[in-house]
Design a protein around this ligand. Sequence first.
Ligand SMILES: Nc1ncnc2c1ncn2[C@@H]1O[C@H](COP(=O)(O)OP(=O)(O)OP(=O)(O)O)[C@@H](O)[C@H]1O
Ligand SMILES: [Mg+2]
Length: 287
Amino acid sequence: MTISESSNQLIKDFEAALNLDGHPHSGQPLFAGVDLGTAYIVTAVVDSRGTPLAGALTRSRASIRDGLVLDYVGSITILRQQVEMLRRSGFPLQLASAAFPPGTTGKNAQAFGNVLQAVGLDVAGLTDEPTAASLVLDIDEGAVVDIGGGTTGISVIQNGEVVYTADEPTGGIHVDLVLAGHYRIDEHEAESIKTDSVRQAEIFPLIQPVFQKMASIVKQHLQGYPVKTLYLVGGTSCFPGIERVMEAETGLTVARPHNPLLVTPLGIALSCLKENAVELRAETEGK
Ligand SMILES: Nc1ncnc2c1ncn2[C@@H]1O[C@H](COP(=O)(O)OP(=O)(O)OP(=O)(O)O)[C@@H](O)[C@H]1O
Ligand SMILES: [Mg+2]
């Protein structure tokens, strides 16, 4: 299984909409998804057909090393700016969903919705990140591997349901640390080198062991599950060649969508649409 052309096109449309290349909306309902990551906060906006209309992406300052999965105050500040910017650009957001990392429960999961409420958004629902990603990838079987800034989420999906989930402390920050150590530079500079497409081939041998370690962690978690395909999402999955390392280490088919960084945020917006569609149907049926 690979990624369908329509899934990749959806992500490309969101990528274009992020640069506000889209047309300001003309009064139709808007559905938003907010991904409160430790490295980036991303908001996606879709219309009632699930077409991406707009979005915003901001680096966040939460530090997984401080033990923060969610920097409540910092997230509110960034999200408020994003919502204001989108409203000024002609997208008057009101309804939005949030997502929580796999395995988060109770009050910890609720906190992700509280950030949305704090900036005046109405929370349509809370979903887990791999389920959101699966809506964009249009899959109901396989493993979603979300390699973000601080952590790697591993989720097994069977019949459209998440049946196993784990979140391991390995991600882009560990790649940065290896580069920082090698070149004797700070993490900020390391991050610039890592995301510079001109230098990625040169640094690949240095960071390959980090990817191998990530892959072996993924492999361990999937033992006992009849998974055939890994779907790579999250910003660190953007790095060219990581898919080959994953394939070699796990022996599984690895599918990587266009711009893996954008998959989960877009999926959260689709989940907002889905929740609302269910509610609208229930209201109509109840009449
Ligand atoms: N082109 C790229 N190549 C490699 N890494 C990238 C690229 N673009 C972004 N990244 C890395 O992706 C990471 C952020 O990914 P993502 O937005 O999925 O994380 P997050 O959701 O904020 O973090 P977490 O899931 O750990 O809370 C950062 O470490 C960033 O350096
Ligand atoms: Mg994430």
